[in-house]
Design a protein around this ligand. Sequence first.
Ligand code: HEC
Length: 140
Amino acid sequence: MKHRQFALAFAFLCFGSATQAQDAQAAAKSSESDKPLYTVVDGYKVDADTLQGFRTWRAAACDRCHGANQEGMVGPSLIERLKVLSKEEFVTVVRDGRLEKGMQSFGNDPRVMDNIDKLYAYLKGRSDGAITRARVTAIE
Ligand code: HEC
């Protein structure tokens, strides 16, 4: 995992945007399926699903507690935490919350739960350092 991130960072430094996109795609490939978890070009242009994940983040106002750049406020940095949480752990905490610790539950919010894979893809891309800006747009 760590090596892959270094390789990706290295690729960003060395190659043009065409190879960058390919490398990000390769690095993001999830283990369960052949579809990449996210696709990103130039650090901020993303595929439609990942864009929907960003919109879900905004609609649910996760930024109120985790910060506009996911770097943490009253809630922890999701950039850091998604490096260690599994996807299952992520889904569980978003669904059930940790009410006594100030993390709200989104299990009854279809806006979030119907888009949970996309939200995860967006946040994972941020955490991996592949999506370099919080505010993303569509790949033209
Ligand atoms: C009202 C404030 C608040 C909002 C809104 C909020 N969170 Fe949280 N979140 C927290 C706090 C506080 C914690 C830390 C809980 C703890 O200490 O265990 C947390 C924890 C988490 C964790 C677990 C981190 C870890 O280290 O285990 C994840 C993942 C997370 N939030 C994602 C989200 C997402 C995604 C959204 C929007 C859908 C969201 N949060 C909205 C306050 C919030």
